[in-house]
Design a protein around this ligand. Structure first.
Ligand code: FES
Ligand code: FES
Length: 883
């Protein structure tokens, strides 16, 4: 132990700490300053914990408090508060650089240190100063712009007021700032690990070290007696079904028999401190019978392969799609290309680990189990947990959430926390490491796809045949839905008269797939858009022109047979034409040593609104004339809160500060469904508009316009509305039917540079032309596109989850500040029929065309066709050598 004197945010403190105490713990645990976050496992990889010590940035997770005698420490809370923000915090808000906001405090502190030393940095200097700060949401472009804007503010060249806009400006089509972004910029937004429940026990989980094993026995007698340990629980302590899942409840919260995947949970240890819990978890002795691991779908469906879930075949789902006669069309086509394509296992990589807290409120059988976690589907998750735990009274509250990209369609840590709080009857916190979070979460499904695509002598598409095998991994999650989604958008934006496809889903003993931005179409679109370029070359047409002549027209049908009434894809392609011609010329004119440049295109018409999808939203007219919106619409960074506020303000003709959101609490908010599938604007925005319509009708009926008028007339002040999409979806035999309520259309163009000696690829620019219906908030839409393109670039070039090897942010390489590239987004607007004010969703479309556009650009630059993602330098060099 030693005594240390230091100043934090201008206040002097004396601490007595042990030698190992790090600054991050001192700030978060002792001083309750939770602005500094932890994403990596204290390995210096994420920068979320960045603070300033004596004028210089440090990663507080690596900084021993004992070395800080006399130091002056500045955290994001000391920089400014929501009532009195610092100019840098305002710049981040106004530049639209904050989505989930988990990375934001660290980035702001890095910016502060940079601008203190260099008031007018150029882009290279900005990238250099912020290169240790990861962000998964934004694509970094707006972060760089925020730093530049902060510099202008600090140099007195601009004021926040110049950008804050006119209070009387329109509510729709204007980039108003998001409701909580200032809170996030000031470190005041509370994420799950920031929520302090007095007396909460810390949890650790015993997990299987095997990919496939049978549990033979657990001995926790010694662990139970270790210091600080309150208890150990196993599957036998769970009173309910002990099963969670989405399409099938095939995942035990705690396993008691077969453990089908690395990291499957076996036991929970509760202790006074995390260290004590972890020490005891390591002391739990588990006897396993190691079973053969089925590593690939081929092994899993081989003759004699054991069933991973006894009673369910490893080939657990398949679906066909038949439109016309693809075989006959391909046999008689003037040109046909064929190939096999593979898209890899990918982690969604939200920066926030899977933290959750839980506690019992009340006593006895009436007690309520309260869960606070990262769910984007609180009503469904509460219901699944009720069944799994055998406890009917569960309330789920979603905290601020550090990104998710679909990962929280499934229950993870909250299941563990809820089970422990119920069993031990004490509040608990479960804050797993990143390594553990990687083990417990879903991934993007790998697809292996065999494709044939044909065209006639004029280049018109004739037929598509695509068979694909989807590796489901150890649990079902949303597996069948991924196949349905891939089939439902199979023909993209194009008119393909004949289609024959089949998707097969196969269990293996690997990490399991789940919702992951787009979930199915990004994988299938890689094969389709690669084949489009191959076929364009075969018929001797420019890839742009080939796409243009094959665009689906209203009145023609997509691969599921649905006849399109509107199809904005063509307008997007037309709008891209001058950019494409410029880019092709630039690439042709470029010559520099071993470097070659190329241009690639890809598009997508992305479906939104599943058959039977339902959402409910309520609104209440407040006594002061404001409006409260009640809904369970999660917003882990997409901008759903801004969407709700702006639509409500527009429809009610109110200033935005009169719109109050009550969201994400099963006790207070109706079920608005999951914040996935890009559905919330289209579904919940519309439900809210319907509820407002009902309120306005009531006001009209009483001839008034206030809360008091309604009360006086005996009318309710609160109105609930819900709607359900009527279409029934695909026929199970033919895959034909109306699959979606709405579409988002767009095309993207990649400009890349390939080093022919090293195989390295540098993305120079991505250009996206998108029509998402009516644009509610242009910056919110553009920043979704930028983040999606960055994620798509990761999928194209570097991301791959490797079992047993991917354990942190060094072994899972997603894009960083160093790999960022120029992005241009061009928004077109053609209002959609059923969307609120004509809007639809855009959040997932954003990466669907990105990786194929990049892969097509690599081929254009270097003459190397990459069929297996990611396009690593080694694969490109191998392709060059093969020529
Ligand atoms: S938590 Fe400190 S760098 Fe990641
Ligand atoms: S806004 Fe950067 S990680 Fe989400």
């Amino acid at each position: 132990m030693r005594s240390v004197n230091l100043k934090v945010n201008g206040i002097s403190h004396q601490f007595v700490v042990d030698e190992e105490r790090v600054l991050l713990d001192l700030l978060r645990e002792d001083l309750r300053l939770t602005g500094a976050k932890q994403s990596c496992d204290r390995k210096g990889q994420c920068g979320a914990c960045t603070v300033i010590v004596n004028g210089k940035t440090v990663r507080s997770c690596l900084t021993k408090v004992g070395t800080l005698e006399g130091a002056e420490i500045l955290t994001v809370e000391g920089l400014g508060t929501p009532d009195n923000p610092h100019l840098i915090q305002e710049a981040f808000v106004l530049a639209g650089a904050i989505q989930c906001g988990y990375c934001t405090p660290g980035l702001i502190m890095s910016t502060k240190a940079l601008l203190d030393g260099n008031p007018n940095p150029d882009r290279k200097e900005i990238k250099g100063a912020l290169k240790r700060n990861l962000c998964r949401c934004t694509g970094y472009q707006r972060i760089i712009e925020a730093v530049e804007l902060a510099g202008r503010f600090l140099r007195g060249e601009a004021k926040p007021g110049d950008l804050q806009g006119d209070a009387n400006a329109a509510q729709i089509g204007v980039s108003h700032t998001r409701p909580w972004s200032l809170l996030k910029a000031c470190g005041a937004a509370e994420f799950s690990a920031d929520i302090r429940v007095p007396g909460a026990l810390e949890l650790a989980v015993v997990r299987s070290p095997h990919h496939h094993a049978r549990l033979k026995g657990i001995d926790y007698q010694d662990a139970q007696k270790m210091p600080g340990v309150v208890g150990v629980m196993t599957a036998k302590d769970i009173k309910g079904t002990n099963s969670i899942g989405v399409a099938a409840q095939d995942q035990p919260l705690l396993c008691d028999d077969v453990l089908p995947a690395l990291g499957a949970a076996v036991a929970i240890v509760a202790a006074r401190t995390k260290k004590e819990a972890q020490a005891a978890a390591e002391a739990v002795r588990v006897e396993y019978e190691v079973l053969p691991r089925m590593k690939t779908p081929e092994e899993a469906v081989a003759e004699g392969a054991p069933e991973i879930h006894p009673g369910t075949p490893n080939l657990c789902h398949s679906r066909r799609q038949i439109k016309g006669d693809a075989d006959a069309a391909l046999d008689s086509s003037a040109a046909v290309v064929s190939g096999e394509f593979y898209s890899q296992l990918i982690h969604q990589a939200p920066l926030e680990p899977e933290a959750a807290v839980a506690y019992m409120e009340g006593e006895g059988e009436d007690a309520q189990l309260v869960v606070i976690g990262r769910s984007i589907w609180i009503h469904f998750h509460a219901q699944v947990l009720q069944n799994a735990l055998g406890w009917g009274n569960i309330r789920y509250q979603e905290a601020f959430t550090g990104g998710q990209f679909g990962i929280k369609v499934d229950i993870t840590s909250e299941g563990i926390a809820a089970a422990a709080a119920l069993h031990f009857h004490q509040p608990v916190r479960y804050i797993p490491s990143l390594k553990e979070s990687l083990l417990m979460t879903t991934k993007r499904h790998p697809f292996r796809m065999q494709v044939r695509l044909g065209a006639d002598a004029k280049g018109k598409l004739t037929g598509l045949a695509m068979d694909f095998t989807v590796e489901n991994g150890a649990y079902m999650s949303i597996g069948p839905e991924v196949i349905n989604r891939a089939l439902g958008m199979l023909s993209g934006g194009y008119n393909i008269p004949n289609v024959q496809a089949e998707g097969k889903l196969v269990y293996t003993n690997n990490a399991w797939g789940g919702a992951a931005r787009g979930a199915g179409p990004p994988q299938a679109n890689f094969a389709l858009e690669s084949a489009m370029d191959l076929l364009a070359a075969k018929v001797g047409m420019d890839p742009y022109e080939f796409r243009r002549i094959n665009v689906l027209q209203p009145g023609q049908s997509v691969s599921s047979g649905y006849v399109a009434e509107e199809w904005a894809f063509n307008a997007c392609l037309e709008r891209l034409k001058p950019e494409y011609e410029r880019a092709v010329q630039d690439a042709r004119n470029f010559k520099s040593g071993s470097l070659r440049r190329g241009v690639g295109l890809a598009g997508s018409s992305f479906g939104i609104g599943d058959p039977g999808d339902t959402s409910h939203v309520a609104v209440e007219l407040d006594p002061d004339g404001g409006l409260t919106v009640y809904c369970s619409v999660a917003d882990p960074g997409e901008g759903n809160d801004a969407m709700l506020v702006q639509i409500a303000a527009h429809l009610m003709d109110l200033p935005r500060n009169k719109i109050r959101l009550v969201t994400r609490d099963t006790e207070k908010t109706p079920d608005s469904g999951v914040s996935a599938g890009s559905r919330q604007t289209y579904m919940s925005g519309r439900s809210m508009a319907m509820a407002i319509e009902a309120l306005k009708s009531a006001l009209k009926e009483v001839g008034g316009d206030t809360h008091a008028d309604l009360v006086k007339a005996g009318k309710p002040t609160r109105y609930l509305a819900g709607h359900t999409l009527p279409h029934t979806g695909m026929d199970p035999e033919t895959g034909q039917g109306q699959v979606w309520g709405s579409f988002c259309h767009g095309v993207q163009m990649a400009e890349v540079e390939v080093d022919m000696e090293t195989g390295e690829v540098r993305i120079l620019k991505m250009t996206a032309v998108v029509d998402p219906g009516t644009v509610i908030n242009p910056v919110a839409v553009a920043s979704q596109l930028e983040g999606g393109m960055d994620m798509g670039a990761g999928m194209a070039l570097r991301e791959e989850y490797v079992h047993g090897e991917t354990v942190d942010w060094a072994t899972y390489k997603f894009p960083t500040m160093n790999t960022t590239f120029d992005m241009e987004t061009i928004l077109l607007e053609s209002p959609r029929k059923d969307g609120p004010l004509g809007a639809t969703g855009v959040g997932e479309f954003t990466l669907v065309p990105t990786h194929p556009a990049i892969i097509n650009a690599i081929d254009n630059a270097a003459g190397v066709r990459i069929c297996e993602l990611p396009a690593t330098p080694a694969k490109i060099l191998a392709g060059l050598k093969a020529d």
